[in-house]
Design a binder for this molecule. Structure first.
Ligand code: PGA
Length: 251
């Protein structure tokens, strides 16, 4: 049995007081929820503040990106060890917005994943095709490259600390969710690919989250799919009640 994960990617939102208000509102609403891993990913500057606000809760902390070097003359970067030091247990790597606007490639994603694992962070590894790629029937080819290159050189033991997030770019922030069937089809493909690249037990154990306009209205249908193990949520994670409704999808 794979434990579901519901992760909130706050993107470039929430200054410290807003961030604290959000987790203070959220924590009591999900306190009694067992059997779901709950993660929030604020901006770097509020990580330590949010960590303090999360004390005693069942909510874990993630960063939205990291660099691959641990320290050095790399102005403006943050290393995985520094994120762990700030209280993060997880880091998002390869989000499509980083690929689209900040030059992230499968090769840099791979370096970042390795560095994050070395710092004992778990990784939310994001992949997904654009609309043009889907329309030209390149979805599976793109996913194959992203998974193969992103996870290159990792051991199957290391895969235990990877959570994949399948996020079709055309569904992010657009209100256009993939249908349950489209999402399930992609997730099955990814799981089979992990079996091919690693082995069957690794593929059976890895959590694959769906992301892209996940809301309280569509979470149940997505979670009912056999290969969907949770959600990476942007917009609906910015309010305590909607994010709690997602965490409590099973209730
Ligand atoms: P969205 O974002 O839920 O606002 O579509 C998802 C994501 O980018 O992780």
């Amino acid at each position: 049995m794979r434990k579901p994960v519901i992760a909130g990617n706050w993107k470039l939102f929430k200054k410290s007081s807003e961030a604290v208000d959000l987790v203070m509102g959220l924590a009591p609403l999900v306190k009694a929820t067992a059997g779901v891993e709950i993660i929030v990913a604020p901006v770097f500057t509020v990580l330590t503040t949010v960590k303090q606000a999360l004390a005693g809760s069942n909510i874990m902390l993630a960063a939205q990106d990291c660099f691959w070097e641990e320290e050095g003359a790399f102005t403006g970067e943050i290393s995985p060890g520094m994120l762990a030091d700030a209280g993060c247990s997880h880091v998002i790597i390869g989000h499509s917005e980083r690929r689209q606007y900040f030059g992230e490639t499968d090769a840099t994603v791979n370096r970042k994943i390795k560095a994050a694992l070395t710092a004992e962070l778990s990784v939310l590894f994001c992949i997904g095709e654009t609309l043009a790629e889907r329309e030209s029937e390149k979805t599976f080819e793109i996913l194959r490259t992203q998974v193969t290159d992103g996870l290159a050189g990792l051991t199957k033991e290391q895969l235990g600390n990877i959570i994949v997030a399948y996020e079709p770019v055309w569904a992010i922030g657009t209100g256009k969710t993939a249908t349950d069937e489209q999402a399930q089809e992609a997730h099955t493909f990814i799981r089979r690919l992990v079996a091919e690249l690693f082995d069957h037990p690794t593929a059976d154990a890895i959590r694959i989250l769906y992301g892209g306009s996940v809301k309280p209205e569509n979470i149940k249908g997505l979670m009912a799919q056999t290969d969907i193990d949770g959600a990476l949520v942007g917009g609906a994670s910015l309010k305590a009640d909607s994010f709690a409704a997602l965490v409590n999808f099973g209730k």
